[in-house]
Design a protein around this ligand. Sequence first.
Ligand code: CAA
Length: 300
Amino acid sequence: MTLTGGSISVIGAGTMGNGIAHVFAQNGFKVTIVDISLAQLDKAVANISKNLDRQVAKGTLTEEQKKTTLANIHTESNIIEGVKDAALVVEAATENVELKLKIFEQLDTYAPKSAILATNTSSISITKIAAVTNRASKVIGMHFMNPVPVMKLVEIINGYATDKEVTHTIVELSKQLGKVPCVVNDYPGFIANRILMPMINEAIYSLYEGVAGVEEIDTVMKLGMAHPMGPLQLADFVGLDVCLAILKVLHDGFGNPKYAPCPLLINMVAAGKLGVKSGEGFYVYAAGSKELVVSGRFAN
Ligand code: CAA
C-alpha cells in the first residue's frame, strides 16, 4: 500500500504542525495546514519561511527550493474543506484527549474513506483515539520530535487495530521525508516519553530536594552524557504543561508511583511558568536572546 494521489492535511498550526508541514512540503508533498485561527495559520507560514531561510543561509537549501516548498503549502480554516482530498491526515492539535477525540470524529466523517488518519500525540492512546472512528485499522501514531526539520526520529505507534499495511506505508513515507522511523506499540508514553519524562521528572526532583542547582543539573547531563540540552532546559523547550500532562498519562496508565510528577513541576504549571512559550520556566527567555539565564527563583 502506498499513498497515491491526494494530499497531506496537517491539523493544527502550532510549533509541531508547522514543522510537520515544513518537512512534507520540502519533500515535494502538497500540504494543507488546517487551523480554526487565521492568525495562527499566518504565523505558521511565517515561521516555516523563517526556518527555510535558516536552511538557505546554511547552504542546505536553495532559494528555488524554498520557493517550491512554500508553494506546496496551503492553509485552510474549515476542516471539511481542509481534509476532503487528503490521502493522509496528520493531527497535531493541542495535547488534550477530549479535543483529539472530537477532531478524530470529524476527520472520520470528512476525510476520504481511504485516508490514513495519523496523530502526532506524544502520549495519548492511539487505540482510544481510533475507537471514536469507523476506521480503527487506518489510525496510527506518527510522533515527530521538536524541532521537526532537524530531528531525525519519527516514532510510529501501532494502535491495537492498526493494519500492518498502514504501518508499512507510514514507515516508507517517513523514510521519504529523510527521517528514521521506529515502530513501537501503544502503551502509555510509547518509548520516547516513557524514558524521557521520568528523566526530566528526576531532574526536577533533584532541584526540588536541593541536591543541586539548575545549572549544575543541566551541565552534568550535557557534558557528562553528551545531551544537546540539559533536562531542565529541555523541559522548558517542550513546555512544562506538556511534561506534566505526559507524566499524568504515565502515572494513570501504569498506576506506578514512580511516575508521580514532582510537586515543583505541578506548582510551576499552576503559576503559569511553562518554559520558553511563557517566557519563564527554569530559565528566563528574552525575545531574540540566545543567552541562557537561570530564573531568579532558582538563582544561587
Ligand atoms: N527549522 C530548521 N532548522 C532548525 C530549526 C528549525 N525549527 N531549529 C534549529 N535548526 C537548525 C539550525 O539552523 C542549526 O543548523 P546547523 O546545525 O546546520 O547549523 C541547528 O538546527 C542547530 O540549531 P542552533 O545552532 O540554533 O542551536 P543548537 O545547536 O543549540 O541546537 C537544537 C538546537 C537542535 C534544538 C538542540 O539543542 C537539540 O537537539 N536539543 C534537543 C532537542 C530534543 O531533544 N528534542 C526532542 C524533544 S521531545 C519531543 O519533541 C517529543 C515530545 O513528545 C515531548
